[in-house]
Design a protein. Structure first.
Ligand SMILES: [Cu+2]
Length: 175
């Protein structure tokens, strides 16, 4: 038994001001509901990717082959790959705790960038333009990219993957 029993109809009928706010909120909800699928289809913020399956061993072998055929040097112990002009399919792999290889790309050229993980779930976040794609073991993402601005880009891992996550960085050069 409560100390105070409210009246049966304790609420007040909506006044004009509340009605206006509820109407605005309702219209806003409708608008957002419509914008979401529209933005998904036409917003150009989804990575242009096709996905296929590849075991970590299969994908690792492709990356190794790509590095062996195109390697031009090393940076902090990581292979640097300067892609030959005729090569369109390029590879990168995220492994605890490294992005490999360092890529040197040509400005204005279209590439198919293959992305996967060699162990756990990682997130490839290309900075400073903040382009984010998840890297999952067992899946090969074929990202169609055309670097349109020359410069030095950094890759960080944005998916917590373990003790060395904060040091998991990589690089892409565009010239
Ligand atoms: Cu990570």
């Amino acid at each position: 038994m409560s100390l105070y029993t409210p009246e049966k109809h304790w609420w007040k009928p909506m006044d004009r001001e509340e009605m206006i706010w509820v109407t605005i909120a309702f219209i806003w909800c409708q608008l957002i509901t419509f914008i979401m699928p529209f933005s998904h289809a036409y917003g150009k913020h989804n990575p242009p990717a096709v996905t296929s399956k590849a075991s970590t061993a299969e994908y690792g072998a492709k990356v190794d082959k790509f590095i062996a055929e195109n390697k031009t040097g090393e940076e902090a112990g990581v292979a640097v790959v300067e892609v030959k002009p005729e090569v369109k399919e390029i590879y990168i792999v995220g492994r605890s705790y490294q992005w490999e290889p360092v890529l040197k790309l040509q400005q204005g050229k279209e590439y198919i960038l293959h992305l996967s993980s060699g162990d756990y779930e990682h997130g490839m976040s290309i900075q400073p333009m903040n382009m984010n794609i998840m890297a999952l073991p067992g899946y090969d993402y074929h990202l169609r990219i055309t670097p349109d601005q020359a410069g030095e880009y950094f890759i960080i891992c944005n998916e917590f993957c373990g003790a060395g996550h904060h040091m998991m960085t990589g690089k892409i050069y565009v010239s």
